[in-house]
Design a protein around this ligand. Structure first.
Ligand SMILES: [Zn+2]
Ligand SMILES: [Zn+2]
Length: 160
């Protein structure tokens, strides 16, 4: 058949060649685009995980040099938590600490009380004691060994 229509053979092989060329070009463009996307993604990802300039630069160079085979290694080596995660967990920790310092409960009845109260208004338990110095009259915690205002030491009941 080719002997009868030699021009057909030529045109079809030229067509195939040009089609392959186009497909090859498209593939190359796609791979190039993927490569760029990997670099951009790695840059964004590492920026959200660390402020360390060296780590950022190394990660981006790594993604430029071997964008596809290097990506699994990047996944293993990158910092586990993002800066946002760390910020949020530090906020949570601060909130917990703030809760601890604000929420004091009465040792007797367990109701919430203020650390400025000397007596529990619910069960009348003495929460703090007065300074021995009659001119000072400040309130002291039971755990203190001296007054925070005037420095008068607490005399333990054993020594009286
Ligand atoms: Zn109480
Ligand atoms: Zn005092």
């Amino acid at each position: 058949m080719g002997d009868y229509f030699p021009f057909l053979q030529i045109t079809s092989s030229t067509n195939l060649e040009s089609t392959l060329q186009v497909v090859g070009l498209l593939l190359a463009a796609y791979v190039l685009l993927l490569w760029l996307a990997v670099i951009v993604w790695v840059y964004r990802d590492i920026s959200s995980r660390t402020k360390d300039l060296l780590a950022r630069t190394c990660s981006v160079i790594w993604s430029i040099l071997c964008p596809f085979l290097g990506l699994p290694i990047y996944f293993v080596l990158r910092p586990k938590r993002s800066l946002q995660d760390r910020y949020e967990s530090s906020l949570t920790r601060e909130a917990i600490l703030a809760d601890l310092s604000v929420d004091i409960s009465c040792p007797d009845c367990g109701r919430l009380i203020s650390d400025e109260w000397a007596f529990c208004p619910f069960c009348q338990t003495e929460l703090r004691k007065k300074c021995r110095n009659s001119q000072c009259d400040s309130f002291m915690d039971f755990s203190w060994s001296a007054c925070a205002s005037c420095g008068t030491p607490v005399v333990s009941p054993m020594n009286i």
